[in-house]
Every structure is written in C-alpha cells, then in structure tokens.
Ligand binder design. Structure first.
Ligand SMILES: [Zn+2]
Length: 288
C-alpha cells in the first residue's frame, strides 16, 4: 500500500505527538490525496484532548477514531436536558480498548468529567444520519450532532465490538482510575467528587444552584434568570391580589405557584441526572 504522500505528512504533523493513532482508520479518505476540513478538525480535536489522553490511555493503547458531538441519555430526552446541547458537548475517542467520553466546552477543551466504555461491554450499536447509538446494558447512549460521514465511520468501527456485558465506567478526573460505581471520592488518589444528592437539593431550593455547584455556569445563569423572572411574576401577581381580596387572593396565584413547584422539582431531578453522568471533581477541571 503506497503511503507517505504530502497530505498524509501534513495531517500527521497536526496530530498530538504523544498519542498513538491508527492513521488509516482515523482518516480513511486521505489516500485520495486531499485533506478535508473535517480531517483537520479531527486532528485538532485530538490535540485538545491530549492532556486527558496522556493520562487516561495505557502506554500501548491506540486511538482509532474521534469526533465531537452531543451526548444524550434516554432519560434526558424527557426533560429540559434535550434543550441543553451546550452543556454536554463531548469528545468521543475510540481506541483499541474502549470508548472514551471526554466532557468538553464548546471549543472542545476538556472540562469536568470523563467516562469510558470498555469495548467488550458494548452490546450493540446502530446509527442513522448524524446519530450513533451505543447500547450497553440498561442505558443507551445517543451521540449526535456528528458529521454524517463520521457517524457512519464510527458506527462501522464500533459494530465489530458488540458483546454481552454492559455498563459505562466513570473515570476519576484526576488520576483516571476507572470505576463501575459513583463513589464520593477516588479510591486510588483520594480526589473528592461532588455529590449528586447535594446538587439535586440545591436545584430544589432554587433552579440553577445545583448546576452552579456542578460547574455548568452558563446553564446555571440562564436557569437562575428564568426562575427569578417567574418568581417575580408570581410575587407581582400575588401581592396585589392579596391586598385587594385578602386571603382569597391566594387562589389567584395558585396556578403559578404550582408551576414554580414543578420547575423546582423538575430541575432537581435533571440536576441529579446530570451529576450522575460522571464524576465531577471538586476543582471542576480535566487537564487541558
Ligand atoms: Zn483518582
């Protein structure tokens, strides 16, 4: 097989030097002689994830493919989570051993937490358009917002790896030790993680506070502003009604109060689900 043309050299120069990459799987089209923009983007993606990959991967582990998309768990679709794509951008890295999910900001820089799914735990995979579905036990991961061609490529690579035993693993954001559970601190390095229960209680107290605690600042601000407006509306309905009609005025504001209660409870549940998607370290950072 002929190798070593110019485009290939150019792409190789873009890849992170410390990570082993299976070039022909990562860039299947490059032999046609032209580097596509998405090939270049994929190389950059890997470079941004390099600090995490350096620590998380084993010395002989090889990266086969990567893409950045939005991670969605089935449960989230029923909630506001589905309107929340910027809070769960994720770089997916497929290696010869696992699927590594690195939570990122919108510029693909690692943030907050990481998970992995060892390849032998994948039960089945499928895909349609820009979606890739990975089933492993009870939970199905939906990965979307990916280029169609990348989704196709990823699906093809994953299909060869389906087995029986399911279950995603959480990675310690500090030492990258894998665990099947969601401990409150790392058994190996002692890193302390944020508690899903605390996150939920904070959001129950006021929507957005739990997200703030977990480190989703922009999303938290939006929620706090939204909920504050609703509360202001509630109070500005309640106060004049009570002044005019006494206790009967309470009834006027009843529906709004019910809505507010629903929002508080809904956000608490959503925040808990978000907290449980990965181990959120107290310092809130993956290496970048
Ligand atoms: Zn650790």
């Amino acid at each position: 097989m002929p190798t070593g043309g110019q485009p290939e050299e150019e792409l190789k120069a873009l890849l992170p030097a410390s990570i082993a990459v299976r070039f022909e799987e990562m860039f299947p089209n490059v032999r046609n002689g032209r580097i596509k923009r998405r090939d270049r983007r994929r190389a950059e993606m890997l470079r941004k994830a390099e600090p995490v990959l350096q620590r998380a991967l084993n010395p002989l582990e090889v990266v086969r493919f990567t893409t950045n998309g939005v991670r969605q768990l089935t449960w989230w679709l029923l909630t506001a989570g589905s309107m929340n794509p910027f809070a769960n951008r994720t770089t997916l890295v497929l290696t010869d051993r696992r699927v590594l999910l690195i939570h990122t900001d919108s510029k693909q820089r690692p943030r907050l937490f990481a998970n992995q799914l060892p390849l032998e735990r994948i039960r089945s995979t499928s895909g349609r358009n820009s979606y890739v579905f990975i089933r492993s036990g009870r939970e199905q991961l939906m990965f979307h917002g990916v280029q169609r061609s990348e989704a196709r490529q990823l699906k093809g690579l994953l299909e060869s790896t389906a087995t029986k035993k399911g279950g995603w693993q959480n990675l310690c954001p500090h030492c990258f030790t894998a665990t099947d559970d969601a401990p409150l601190s790392c058994a190996k390095c002692g890193e302390v993680f944020k508690s899903p229960k605390k996150a939920a209680l904070r959001s129950l107290l006021f929507p957005g506070l739990g997200d703030l605690y977990l480190g989703y600042r922009k999303y938290a601000m939006l929620e706090i502003i939204g909920a504050s407006l609703l509360w202001a509306l509630f109070l500005s309905t309640l106060v004049p009604a009570v002044m005019a009609k006494g206790l009967d005025g309470l009834l006027v504001a009843g529906p709004l109060l019910a809505l507010l209660a629903l929002i508080h409870i809904g956000d608490a549940l959503l925040t808990r689900a978000k907290a449980m998607t990965g181990l959120h370290s107290k310092d809130g950072a993956l290496p970048t």
